[in-house]
Design a protein around this ligand. Structure first.
Ligand SMILES: Nc1ncnc2c1ncn2[C@@H]1O[C@H](COP(=O)(O)OP(=O)(O)OP(=O)(O)O)[C@@H](O)[C@H]1O
Ligand SMILES: [Mg+2]
Length: 468
């Protein structure tokens, strides 16, 4: 079958046995690799000072600095260059310890089988490329594309940033519209933070989360005994937000009987507590949020009063180019929250994120990344770390992974290449809920090739199961 085009890359081979070094170099002679060699860990570190390797292939037992020490040194210095450890035949325990404890990319048993070696190098180089892409992104983002906690380099998000900067210094009310999870509350918080009121309070009240009977007392406050259960005098949100910002979330859910009272407060900048005799002057800047369809539930006068300035936050599917930078910042924050050390997402995951429609918008992305970051723990988030039902993968499957699909575990010398292909094809199909077109795109092969390969696999399965 046709495969993804081979990648070019820089490889450092570390082995004290000169014969091994030349054999490996000869094996890779037909590949587009820039290769350097070193005779032990010490020499490898000296080479790495000037040679920006994509992959390090290292023997374990060597004089001076051995492979274990080299890997430990790289790990301790935060060097994420993937390293492939060469292990003696049969030393499975050592092999697993370099992968698990020293974070080697993978191991290969000697003698090295050329096709498995090349497949593994190819994956390792692609992994390194993803890491580099993440680094570039971080640099780019540090220059522009961030407003407080909001991220976005797309024209749509840049326009939102401009609107926030324009309206923040004024006291005008703002109506923020958008689907659920698009970042409406975040916009409100940024307006507050960029405003001259940033030292004052930011008070949020959600009209959809409060019973109708309580909304008015929450908004305007009440005097002791104003209604059954009003044991103490209480200041409402308007008073609490004095000198700051009041955020009326889900304003479309505001009972229509309350809307005229709210409008009056907005006009007069005075509130009267329930059961109160006097009006109290309040200086709160009002921001309101709603989904666009619920904006029609607002009485006309209130709608016009609130929408002096309107910001429409686009759904994530309309600014998918922001997914990589948003994911990047979110992972940095999630690392802090969970003590993980995730560096980013790999290219396959990125591809999947770009193909998804995101009905739950940025919140859905955040939830997905949070689960994935916890599962991955460190390095790059890969397909195996995605446990979202969105992608048709049952989360339970990840607590008890089927052994055949434990990712590149099958990449071991002695495994026929067809078996590795088979596992990847199945894994990919599983992740895209059987969408062959998408799977073919991800595997870098044509749809026809994928279909032929699936048919071949079915034939093979039938051939080995006599009952069928
Ligand atoms: N542009 C962005 N950059 C970074 N994070 C974002 C961005 N937009 C949204 N988020 C994050 O996505 C999540 C959802 O955002 P938020 O709560 O503001 O959405 P919302 O529109 O108010 O949703 P709902 O309508 O369901 O209340 C939050 O964790 C928020 O920090
Ligand atoms: Mg919200």
């Amino acid at each position: 079958m046709s495969r993804q085009p081979a990648v070019s890359g820089r490889i450092l081979i570390v082995d004290d046995d000169e014969r091994q070094r030349t054999d490996m170099a000869a094996m890779l002679a037909d590949c587009d690799f820039d290769m350097q060699v070193a005779a032990d860990g010490q020499e490898a570190l000296e080479r790495l000072a000037a040679f920006n390797a994509d992959v390090i292939v290292s023997d374990l037992v060597m004089p001076r600095m051995d492979g274990f020490e080299l890997l430990r040194h790289l790990k301790e210095h935060g060097d994420l260059t993937p390293a492939i450890a060469l292990t003696a035949f049969g030393s499975m325990e050592k092999a697993l310890s370099v992968v698990h404890d020293l974070k080697a990319f993978w191991f290969l048993e000697k003698p090295v089988e050329p096709r498995a070696f090349k497949t593994l190098l190819d994956r390792a180089i692609r992994y390194k490329r993803s890491l580099q892409k993440n680094d570039e992104l971080k640099r780019e983002l540090s220059l522009h594309g961030v407003l407080g906690d909001m991220v976005g380099t797309s024209p749509a998000m840049q326009q939102i940033f401009t609107q926030i900067r324009q309206v923040a210094p004024t006291s005008a009310p703002v109506l923020i519209c958008g689907e659920s999870g698009t970042g409406k509350e975040l916009v409100a918080r940024e307006i507050h933070k960029c405003s001259p009121r940033s030292d004052g309070p930011f008070v949020a009240i959600n009209a959809a989360a409060l019973p109708e009977t309580l909304i008015e007392s929450e908004l305007f406050g009440h005097e002791k005994g104003a209604f059954t259960g009003a044991m103490e005098r209480s200041a409402g949100c308007f008073e609490q937000a004095h000198g700051g910002t009041l955020f009326l979330d889900e304003i479309g859910e505001m009972p229509s009987s309350t809307q005229p009272k709210l409008l009056r407060v907005l006009e007069d900048l005075r509130v009267r507590r329930l059961g109160g005799k006097h009006e109290i002057a309040v200086d709160a800047r009002v921001l309101a949020a709603t989904s666009q369809d619920l904006a029609t539930h607002l009485r006309e006068e209130l709608y016009y009063r609130l929408s002096v300035f309107q910001i429409v936050v686009p759904p994530l599917r309309e600014h998918k180019e922001d997914i990589p930078p948003i994911a990047d910042i979110m992972l940095q924050n999630l690392n802090k929250k969970h003590g993980t050390r995730v560096a980013g997402v790999d290219t396959e995951v990125l591809d999947l994120l770009q193909h998804h429609d995101w009905p739950g918008n940025v919140r859905e992305l955040r939830n997905l990344l949070e689960r994935a970051a916890i599962i991955a723990g460190e390095g790059l988030v890969g397909l195996k770390d995605l446990s979202s039902p969105v992608f048709g993968v049952n989360p339970a499957a990840y607590t008890r992974p089927s052994p055949a699909y434990e990712s590149p575990v099958l990449l071991r010398p002695g495994q026929p290449l067809t078996k590795i292909e088979e596992a990847y094809i199945k894994l990919t199909l599983e992740h895209v809920r059987g969408n062959r077109k998408l799977a073919a795109e991800m595997l870098g092969i044509s749809l026809r090739t994928l279909q032929n390969r699936i048919a071949e696999l079915r034939e093979e399965e039938n051939a080995i199961s006599p009952g069928s």
